[in-house]
Design a protein around this ligand. Structure first.
Ligand code: MN
Length: 256
């Protein structure tokens, strides 16, 4: 399904809308503040619910996912994933998470991730938001240098060396407030070409001001980037709009 979204003020390229205990005020915020929001899911059986949320506004882009940390418990939903994939252009949260030392678990994650990447490559037009905690080298290698589709590394926290490989492969990077708060995160952000940066909240997992981050918190990330890059916030906002139009809405560039 294609989106008919053509303009927006801000971007939350990775948000778990379905995990907010009270989603109504969050949807109101998205609509009122015109925030293009990629609503990721952690397992295929949750996707229908996300599609229902997305029916509320063209600003909400529904993503089909199978979170690496849920592969051990929900890996058998991979078949359902494949069946649902033609229903959306957006895929996530997917990826690898090597916090677990369990080799069988890691192998299962790799099998799932590789299958999903293969189906997305066949489709050629998918937009993928990808988790890579402690697994950046394997994630980047699995995707390859010429992936047919849009790759967004969400909350990248790997090495500078791997970051440079990912940049060379034309990946995008969605950046959140936690990255701006950490020394290593800021170091990575300084390395990123500005035209590859998107904003995200990873709400409700990240907290801001003592409460779960909601899509409107991306404005503080825009301000943080503006400071880091010594640019006016309005310029950074416009740049991220452009980047998001290119990354999230391929084919809509001329309509911005
Ligand atoms: Mn997430």
């Amino acid at each position: 399904m294609e989106t008919n979204l053509t303009s927006f003020s801000h971007v939350d390229a990775h948000c778990h809308l379905d995990l907010f205990p009270a989603v109504e005020p969050v949807i109101t915020q998205i609509v009122t503040e015109s925030i293009c929001t990629v609503s990721v899911t952690n397992a295929p059986f949750l996707f229908r619910n996300t599609q229902t949320l997305a029916e509320r506004s063209p600003l909400i882009l529904p993503a089909l996912g199978l979170h690496p940390e849920l592969v051990a418990s929900h890996g058998d939903q991979i078949r359902q994933f494949r069946e649902l994939l033609p229903q959306t252009r957006y895929v996530g949260e997917i990826g690898l998470d090597y916090v677990t030392k369990d080799q069988d678990n890691r192998k299962a994650q790799e099998r799932v991730f590789t299958s999903i990447l293969g189906w997305c490559a066949d489709a050629t037009n998918k937009v993928l938001t990808i988790h890579s905690r402690r697994a950046a080298p394997d994630v980047i290698a699995a995707i390859g240098e010429h992936f047919p589709g849009t790759i967004i590394l969400h909350w990248y926290s790997g090495s500078l060396r791997d970051l440079r490989r990912a940049i060379k492969s034309d990946f995008f990077f969605s950046v959140n407030s936690a990255m701006l708060r950490s020394e290593s995160g800021r170091r990575l952000l300084q390395e990123l070409p500005h035209d590859r940066v998107l904003t995200e909240t990873d709400g409700p997992f990240i907290h801001e001001g003592g409460a779960p981050a909601t899509p409107s918190c991306v404005t503080s990330t825009v301000d943080g980037l503006a400071k880091l890059w010594s640019k006016p916030p309005i310029d950074v906002q416009k740049l991220i709009q452009q980047n998001a139009t290119y990354a999230l809405l391929p084919g809509h560039e001329s309509q911005q």
